[in-house]
Design a protein around this ligand. Structure first.
Ligand code: RP5
Length: 173
């Protein structure tokens, strides 16, 4: 009886755990960029955990976060970083969870961030999105799409979202 109760409690707790982890190398990646990732996930009602974690400034934080992410059955990690952007790559090396990378803008207009994130050598993949706001939004939408294969309620919301384009996009310029 007690075992059953504990199992139920555990299942309930898991239901409320974050499905997506959103990490970024600096607080400066939030405004104008990663805030759009978070608001898009919110739009789909997806619980997510947002943190500032840097692969080079706070590596201990990254290890701890990923350990907890796996323990708490997080399903996807979105990692955003700029300049010599190795956060997504290091994250992908430390976990088998799918990692989506968002290159953020920089003095080189994000080209440095894009190449650092996308050019992963064979073996450890990072699903890299576009630079900046578009990539941040699309990282959330791609996470939604991945989750939709397992969660019918998310699939329903994604289909509604896609259908809206037909109505919203003007037929003439
Ligand atoms: C990266 O360096 C961060 O992801 C950020 O995009 C960039 C600059 O960081 P700050 O100097 O603004 O903290 O690690």
């Amino acid at each position: 009886m007690r075992k059953k109760k504990l199992k139920k409690k555990k299942q309930k707790k898991q239901k409320h755990n974050s499905l997506v982890g959103v990490i970024m190398g600096s607080k400066s990646d939030w405004a104008g960029t990663m805030e759009y990732c978070s608001s898009t996930l919110e739009q789909f009602g997806i619980k997510h955990d947002v943190r500032v974690i840097s692969a080079h400034r706070t590596p201990k934080r990254l290890h701890k976060f990923l350990k907890e992410a796996e323990k708490n059955k997080m399903e996807i990690i979105i990692a955003a970083a700029g300049m010599s952007a190795h956060l997504a790559g290091v994250t992908a090396a430390l976990t088998t969870l799918p990692v989506l990378g968002v290159p953020t803008e920089s003095k080189l207009k994000g080209l440095d961030s894009l190449l650092s994130t996308v050019q992963m050598p064979s073996g450890i993949p990072v699903g890299t999105l576009a630079i900046g706001k578009a990539g941040a939004t699309n990282s959330a939408l791609l996470a939604v799409s991945i989750l939709s294969t397992r969660y019918p309620e998310i699939l329903k919301k994604l289909k509604n979202y896609r259908n809206q384009f037909e109505k919203k996009v003007p037929k003439r310029p």
